[in-house]
Design a protein around this ligand. Sequence first.
Ligand SMILES: NC(=O)c1ccc[n+]([C@@H]2O[C@H](COP(=O)([O-])OP(=O)(O)OC[C@H]3O[C@@H](n4cnc5c(N)ncnc54)[C@H](OP(=O)(O)O)[C@@H]3O)[C@@H](O)[C@H]2O)c1
Length: 279
Amino acid sequence: MRALVITGVTDGIGLATLRLALTEDVFVIGVARNREKAQAIMDDLKSPRLAFVFGDLSSKKEVVSISEQILTLLHVEKLHLSTLIHVAGAVFTKREVSEDGYEKQFAINHLAVFYLTKLLTPELIKNGPSRVLVVSSYTHHLGIIFKKEVGLKHNYWLLTAYAQSKLMNVLFVNESAKRFPSREISFYAIDPGLVNTSIASKQTKGLERWAWSIKKKYGVAPEVPAKHMVAIALGDYYAEKTGLYWKDGAPIPCAKKAKNPVLMKWVYDYSAKLCEEGN
Ligand SMILES: NC(=O)c1ccc[n+]([C@@H]2O[C@H](COP(=O)([O-])OP(=O)(O)OC[C@H]3O[C@@H](n4cnc5c(N)ncnc54)[C@H](OP(=O)(O)O)[C@@H]3O)[C@@H](O)[C@H]2O)c1
């Protein structure tokens, strides 16, 4: 049976995507950091086609463990991994550093996307043509890549770090689309629009938390982007349409800087180097 891996499935857009994906004839492997939330979802959905793997995406060691758990599950359940959907994401008011020493929005929103994709690439190619979806954001238009100090030690602001990580998502998709033929893996950057979730009600405080409590009310329900993402993940129409930026199920232009070949290659090579360090 065909398997989909989805990160960030315990809340918001990821949870809506997981629920909708399960209405299709696929097995869904959810990636979660919180076992209680995952158990509650299992109890609620009671699906024999749903399993969870666990880990904190801010840690390189745990990303490796997540990939190992996925590979074991694929083997035991005789599943063919053909789609990987990166939904997990976070924002932090205060600059936080991961156990590997990286600024956390960079680590969770971008580096984990790069590393988990890299670790699962042989499996995706084996079952190709496969698909990798990365949830980015309109905010990538505001992004600047601080090559000399990606970790923003001296100029951290929630939005600066978030926009940089979301620009990296699109640069990663565009560079990957260049490096992998679509008969092996196709890459899709997803703009979910403004969505009513709790993303900025978790590791935030003060003005930023308050502003999100107002702003999110203007957002659509998580089921709206979920519907388009499941279509892109599984629909025949979307097969092999690699290297595009999608909103509401249609390709739209991404920021010009996200197509800068020098920046695309830099982000890819820099991420690869960080993933090799300490292994
Ligand atoms: N909401 C919007 O308007 C909007 C707009 C543009 C883009 N996006 C993007 O959409 C994606 C999903 O966001 P959302 O709004 O649905 O947020 P959300 O409701 O907070 O969901 C985020 C998911 O990521 C998981 N997660 C966060 N940090 C993690 C970590 N270190 N390790 C493992 N899992 C982790 C969360 O787990 P827990 O359940 O344990 O917290 C949750 O399942 C993000 O990439 C975000 O940047 C959102």
